[in-house]
Design a protein around this ligand. Structure first.
Ligand code: NCD
Length: 326
């Protein structure tokens, strides 16, 4: 692993957009993680701002709810000295019938350099990326991908455990409707980790197996084996029918209870992308315990998003190690 004090490697990044992990190479992923490590160092300085994106404009265009991701992109842009505008679905002309493409073209006409898009439709970010000169960053498209979440998750694992290669990561919960799961699966496999998906058969169908993951419907199969437990929320907003009898039953079968947590390997990490449903997928005390890295994930999200914006901006030279304040 590259120590955070090392300069980032010669960048291998030539992309304007980040729409998913599926099409990235291992080297591209590692470039983002190494660049993020350098930016995390910047965050420990007294003056946390660098001028890398001074004069550029980022539009946070969130057509679905978000707390962490939107604020993280906003802060990342500020730390890079970019200007930021936030647009939500209810405040945009989408509700007046304007198409996503027309709204985005108007944003581009106002010289938006970056459009960070969260949308309920899979493929929305790709659609804009192919039509706009602005950099398009996918902040979650339906149940498809959430690339920066997977990058911050893998960054956190690498930071805490020193590597990804050979680690066993269990992703537990609503895999079927989770963009976090899909992006994590792609990133973890490319980085050499072993992935087991855990959950009810309705939410963890065998159709995931060809990706190269293992599947089990019994949490007992992974409790003593996995190095990392990534717990996912049930995506009620995307489910159109009942996929399991009820939340009580879900917790009884798949929740990370205190009793189950006692069986984990020493040093195993507990992760969650948030928002947490305390007492459902994770016991409240476990979420707040020392083995939970849930808030580290949030902190690392900032450095990872700075790295993604920086790389997609085309400013592909090493991150300034002693940059003057903006
Ligand atoms: C996730 C999302 O929106 O996909 N949250 C996030 O970005 N941190 C996960 C979720 O909503 O459950």
């Amino acid at each position: 692993m590259t120590a955070p004090t090392d300069p980032p490697p010669e960048t291998l990044w030539t992309r304007k957009d980040l729409v998913g992990i599926e099409n990235l190479s291992r080297q591209e992923i590692e470039t983002v993680l190494d660049t993020a490590a350098a930016f995390k160092q910047v965050g420990t300085r007294e003056i946390k701002k660098v001028p890398a994106l001074r004069g550029r404009t980022l539009v946070n265009f969130f057509v679905e709810a978000s707390t962490r991701t939107r604020t993280s992109f906003e802060l990342a842009a500020h730390r890079l000295s970019a200007d930021v505008i936030n647009i939500s679905a209810s405040a945009s002309s989408l509700i007046k019938g304007e198409t996503l493409k027309d709204t985005a073209l108007n944003l581009q006409a106002l010289h938006a350099d970056f459009i960070v898009l969260r949308h309920s439709s899979a493929g929305a970010a790709q659609f804009l990326a192919e039509r706009l000169q602005s950099s398009v960053i996918n902040a979650g498209d339906g149940a498809h991908e959430h690339p920066t979440q997977a990058l911050l998750d893998t960054f956190t694992i690498r930071e805490k455990l020193g590597r990804l290669e050979g680690l066993h990561v269990a992703i537990i919960g609503d895999i079927l409707f989770s963009r976090v799961a899909r992006s994590n699966i792609h990133a973890l496999l490319k980085l050499g980790a072993k992935v087991t998906l855990v959950g009810p058969s309705t939410l963890v169908p065998k159709t995931f197996e060809p990706l190269g993951v293992q599947i089990t419907h019994r949490i007992d199969d992974v409790l003593e084996q996995a190095d990392v437990f990534n717990l996912l929320r049930i995506q009620h907003e995307r489910q159109r029918k009942e996929y399991f009898p009820g939340l009580g039953e879900y917790t009884a079968l798949f929740g990370l209870t205190q009793q189950r947590a006692q069986r984990l390997k020493p040093g195993a990490l507990i992760m969650h992308p948030g928002p947490i449903n305390r007492g459902v997928e994770i016991d409240s005390e476990i979420a707040d315990s020392g083995r939970s890295v849930i808030l580290d994930q949030v902190t690392n999200g900032l450095a990872v998003r700075m790295a993604v914006l920086y790389l997609c901006s085309g400013a592909s030279h090493p991150v300034p190690q002693s940059a003057p304040a903006a």
